[in-house]
Design a protein around this ligand. Structure first.
Ligand SMILES: NC(=O)c1ccc[n+]([C@@H]2O[C@H](COP(=O)([O-])OP(=O)(O)OC[C@H]3O[C@@H](n4cnc5c(N)ncnc54)[C@H](OP(=O)(O)O)[C@@H]3O)[C@@H](O)[C@H]2O)c1
Length: 456
């Protein structure tokens, strides 16, 4: 592994040199163990601790298939899907691996008693499989997490519609939280040159998701002047949605849960910010009953910022807890676009407010190949910036996932894999210099607010 790292750190290494490196038989990876699927049975969601389920193991190098690449991972990131997999909710990811394994002898490789998780990476291509022409050893890349087979016409117009659509490192094995990773080469995108490895690895999943959900015509199709209500506006998805709203001439109305997060939204350029904790909204009176008066109080607060207008788009992902309010506060003809249900997936809302006011609920999930490319292109051009707040080592991935699980983080948290330290990998210093304050925004604000009991 040292030979691989030395080659990456040496700017003179050629593609032929990379191709000549002898690959190791095994590598270090963050894994879940199949025989521990039931380890949290009976515990409350919050008490399920990713530090107990995520292991750092030495695992065998998988065989490289046609159309695939083996990538040396310099850095990766924790996504909320790392939390879901590590607490085995809503289902164990081993069920996904088993199903994938039934497809073909090649996919059978994924069905193992361990699952290497992680759906983001920045690194260097080491080998490509048969039939790959566009990528070669030595290419500096990031990988998006859409894994598709594309054997059915269903996915030929929009690759997210492929019946065999999966999220790499969540529904497939050999993910990015490791020293090496296996991807389909159609997942590869050029690494933004002005970013460090850990910065480049952090936007992928959430940036592409927010792009489809908010900007793409497959999602809400946001336009200039729209009022966009963004839940969790300083979180993984929300920190990109806020940037897209601002960059696209819309007005974000940012919902957060404390002043620290409000400060981050202000620093991004948002002016309308609602602190849901300070306002004390209780959309549910009890487990089964919502309180429309609270929806109304929330809607009145939004109107204070918009000069009396209601929102054109709600960027939804908290799910059960907020969905009734989201449907209520959307303007006549507006769109509620949802990609998740963090607080519960059995939603309840008053349908009269939907049909009588001709609103639309749009489901959105990750991004197709083209959307992922466009979202990465905006990062590479310095139009949208990473929202990395903190970086952990591979050994500390469990702690990183716990922090995200307990909503203690800002924006995105990164993980160093092969990279020996932060700050490496920049090749366009001029572009970096131009955007440095924006690139460091979440880090600086987070550093100023580090709490003493936080495990770094
Ligand atoms: N379908 C997809 O392709 C896709 C892609 C990415 C993520 N997701 C899902 O989307 C969800 C969010 O992901 P993320 O990366 O943005 O996570 P994140 O970084 O944890 O951010 C989510 C934010 O939502 C807010 N929130 C959480 N619970 C809430 C509640 N009950 N009511 C109101 N706000 C709440 C929190 O912000 P405040 O505390 O500041 O309000 C939190 O910071 C996860 O469930 C994830 O699995 C789906």
């Amino acid at each position: 592994m040292q030979e691989i790292l030395d080659a990456i750190l040496n700017p003179g290494t050629t593609s032929a040199d990379f191709a000549a490196i002898k690959l190791p038989e095994s590598y270090r990876a963050v894994t879940l163990h199949k025989d521990e699927e039931q380890m949290f049975a009976g515990l409350d969601n919050r008490d399920k601790d990713p530090r107990k389920s995520l292991h750092l193991d030495e695992v065998a190098l998988p065989e490289l298939g046609p159309g695939e690449a083996l990538v040396a991972v310099m850095a990766s990131a924790v996504n909320y899907n790392t939390v879901w997999s590590s607490i085995f909710e809503p289902v164990s990811t081993f069920a996904f691996l088993e199903r994938y394994g039934r497809l073909s002898p090649l996919t059978k490789r994924h069905d193992l008693p361990y699952h290497v998780v992680g759906s983001d990476l920045a690194g260097v291509v080491l080998r490509t499989g048969a039939g790959v022409n566009a990528w070669k050893p030595g290419d500096e890349v990031v990988a998006h997490c859409l894994s598709v087979e594309l054997e059915s016409a269903d996915g030929h117009n929009d690759t997210m519609m492929d019946p065999e659509q999966r999220i790499w490192g969540f529904e497939t094995n050999f993910g990015g939280l490791a020293q090496l990773a296996l991807v389909k080469t159609n997942q590869l995108l050029p690494k933004p040159k002005h970013l460090t490895w850990e910065e480049a690895a952090s936007p992928g999943l959430v940036n592409s998701t927010a792009y489809r959900q908010l900007v793409s015509r497959n999602g809400a199709g946001m336009k200039q002047g729209d009022n966009v209500l963004i839940w969790g506006a300083s979180g993984g998805l929300g920190s990109y949605a806020t940037q897209y709203a601002l960059a696209g001439g819309a007005t974000p109305i940012c919902v957060v849960s404390n002043e620290e997060k409000a400060r981050i939204c202000r620093a991004m350029g948002a002016e309308a910010i609602i602190d849901r904790s300070a306002e004390g909204y209780r959309f549910w009176k009890d487990e089964n009953t919502q309180d429309p008066r609270e929806w109304k109080r929330f809607g009145s607060k939004i109107r204070e910022f918009t000069g009396g207008e209601d929102v054109d788009i709600v960027f939804e992902h908290p799910g059960r807890e907020t969905f009734g309010a989201s449907v209520y506060v959307t303007r006549k003809g507006g769109t509620i676009v949802t990609c998740a249900s963090t607080s519960g997936y059995m939603h309840q809302y008053d349908n009269r407010y939907l049909w009588m006011s001709l609103k639309r609920i749009v489901g959105s999930h990750f991004a197709n190949y083209r959307e992922a490319f466009e979202a990465n292109r905006l990062i590479a051009k310095g139009k949208i910036h990473p929202t990395l707040s903190k970086v952990y080592s591979l050994e500390q991935t469990g702690q990183a996932a716990l922090d995200v699980h307990h909503n203690k983080h800002q924006g995105k948290v990164g993980v160093l894999c092969l990279a020996p330290q932060e700050g490496l990998g920049v090749t366009d210093h001029e572009l970096r210099e131009k955007h440095l304050p924006a690139i460091n925004l979440f880090r600086e604000l987070d550093e100023r607010s580090i709490r003493p009991n936080r495990n770094v």
